[in-house]
Design a protein around this ligand. Structure first.
Ligand code: FES
Length: 112
């Protein structure tokens, strides 16, 4: 299992364990429906950009994030990345991501 901590305004609002490979948007959809989170999402297909958030790994150094072309293009369209943004991004708490494009592969802190 991988551990997720959701942080809003500096406070942890939810801690949850999920199986490796779980799409982050599926966790968000489930927990918003339960009322455990108030994190926006709309299409759950990776195209609208509503599920933008920031991530960091809970432990250890992180390799750079390699964005897929669709995620990169949506983030540019949303103004979250500059138009000339490369596919490879630093993995820091300041790097925007779309939950629809994140498969949980380690313990993560989710900032929104
Ligand atoms: S909900 Fe639309 S891109 Fe994630």
């Amino acid at each position: 299992m991988n551990h997720l901590s959701f942080v809003q305004g500096g406070c942890v609002v939810l801690r949850i364990d999920v199986p490796p490979g779980t799409r982050l948007i599926d966790v968000i959809r489930q927990e918003t429906r339960r009322g455990s989170l108030s994190l926006p999402w709309r299409c759950a297909q990776g195209t609208c950009g509503a599920c933008v958030l920031k991530l960091s790994r809970s432990q250890g150094p992180s390799p750079p994030v390699v964005l897929g072309r669709l995620e990169r293009n949506v983030l540019i369209r949303q103004g979250q990345l500059p138009a000339d943004a490369p596919l490879e991004q630093p993995d820091t708490p300041a790097t925007p991501r779309l939950a629809c494009h994140v498969a949980v592969d380690s313990d993560l802190i989710v900032y929104f």
